[in-house]
Ligand binder design. Structure first.
Ligand code: ADP
Ligand code: MG
Length: 391
């Protein structure tokens, strides 16, 4: 068991990197605490596998340190790092039986055969592989092979951490859901540090207590599913998390707020003050579809939009509108009136987020929020489960 600290870590595959774009991992400092169930979430090519391979030692970082419980392990080879890694595609020995495949990591560690047997049977039961134990891996389906591959990652309970690199890619959807639950169960049972890589936000939220969102070689936010939803720290998190993602408007600054084309959007004094001191021209506001206030008749201070499309998703509807040439989405509850041609929308200030150079400008919390925040902080122990938003 270990705390894994990535200290001033960066990695370039190029021997002589010239600019930030030459880095697959841009300089970061990050801690995975002992016992946490984490997801590393981001689009293809953002550096997830690179980061995992650096932790397991398959790859040596070009800059910075990897520390396990404070000890630098950069020069320690993967087999001595005590990390199990499960890859996207199955890694099994075709000529061995399922039993021997599962036993392999333990026999390698010279675990006595009685214990090997008990552990293999335990993992086989969890992964529902009992029936296949005597079969050669060669004849298995892709699903079954991947379960064996995962089992090989899970048999050792002396590992510092288990890293999963999109392990369910080749698994069919129904089994995927089941295996994800199993992993969660294994996490709870053995109190292992687990880092689960995925590009699927639902998969991340069902598995992890805390999600690291990665974008362009950086972890742009590390938080609970709820924090990523309510307080996206970067426009990418706003856009990537949620379904549909956050509405993001490019705006210009004016006295007392910002302008989206001809529409004035007021901001708090605190945010205006921040803008006054920050000259960047890259200013955006974001609001999630869930928080856009929609009315089917004109109300004071609301923006009038053309309704383009209504998608009925059973318990809620997604309304697509156009404001000043830009598409905006809002989520309507079942019992809410659906505007026909024109919708009047407003943005509750609590949910309207300001982004400068793509990063969130924190608003000054009100007294109420202060109390809620300190509560959140005391909840931030990664071993505790946190609320997952119900979509
Ligand atoms: P992800 O797992 O998030 O899809 P990767 O870590 O595989 O992302 O890749 C991050 C970036 O590094 C990509 O731009 C990819 O093309 C590049 N990359 C990955 N592996 C190598 C390699 N062996 N040599 C050179 N570039 C690589
Ligand atoms: Mg990858």
């Amino acid at each position: 068991m270990a705390e894994i600290h990535l200290k001033s870590l960066a990695h370039s595959y190029s021997p002589a990197p010239q600019s930030p774009s030459d880095y697959a991992i841009r300089e970061m400092d990050h801690v995975w605490h002992q016992g946490g169930a984490y997801a590393l979430l981001g689009p293809s090519g953002c550096g997830k596998s690179t980061l995992l391979n650096i932790i397991s030692g398959l790859l040596s970082p070009s800059e910075g340190d990897v520390l396990f419980d404070g000890q630098r392990v950069n020069d320690i080879p993967p087999e001595e790092r005590n990390i199990a890694q499960v890859f996207q595609f199955p890694v099994v020995y075709d000529s061995m039986t399922v039993f021997d495949n599962l036993a392999f990591p333990l026999r390698n560690m010279k675990v006595d055969e009685g214990k090997v047997r008990a552990k293999v049977l335990e993992i086989a039961e969890i992964l529902e592989l009992q029936e296949l134990l005597d079969r050669k891996a060669k004849g298995l389906t892709a699903d079954e092979k991947q379960k064996v591959s995962m089992g090989r990652g899970l048999v050792r309970d002396d590992v510092s951490a288990i890293l999963f690199d999109e392990p369910l890619t080749v698994i069919d959807p129904h089994l995927k859901w089941k295996l994800r639950r199993k992993l969660k169960q294994i996490h709870e049972q053995f109190n292992l540090t687990m880092v689960y890589v995925t590009h699927d936000q639902l998969e991340a939220a069902t598995f992890a207590d805390k999600i690291a969102v990665m974008y362009g070689g950086q972890i742009v936010q590390f938080g609970t599913p709820r924090e990523l939803f309510e307080e996206p720290n970067h426009t990418f998190v706003g856009y990537f998390i949620g379904s549909p993602g956050m509405n993001i408007l490019e705006v210009t600054r004016v006295e007392g707020g910002v302008m989206f084309k001809d529409q004035f959007i007021p901001l708090s004094d605190h945010l205006c003050q921040f803008l006054n001191q920050n000259p960047s021209a890259n200013v955006k506001v974001g609001i999630r579809p869930e928080f856009v206030h929609v009315c089917d008749e004109a109300i004071k201070g609301a923006y009038s939009c053309d309704v383009r499309h209504v998608e009925d998703l059973g318990t809620y509807k997604i309304l697509t509108m156009e404001l000043e040439g830009q598409i905006l989405k809002a989520r309507l509850d079942e019992d809410q009136a659906v505007p026909e041609n024109t919708a009047w929308i407003s943005f509750p200030s609590q949910w309207l987020k300001l982004y400068v150079d793509e990063y969130l400008v924190p608003d000054e919390p009100s007294a109420d929020q202060d109390a809620a925040d300190s509560q959140d902080r005391s909840d931030s122990d990664p071993s505790q489960t946190t609320e997952v938003r119900q979509a």
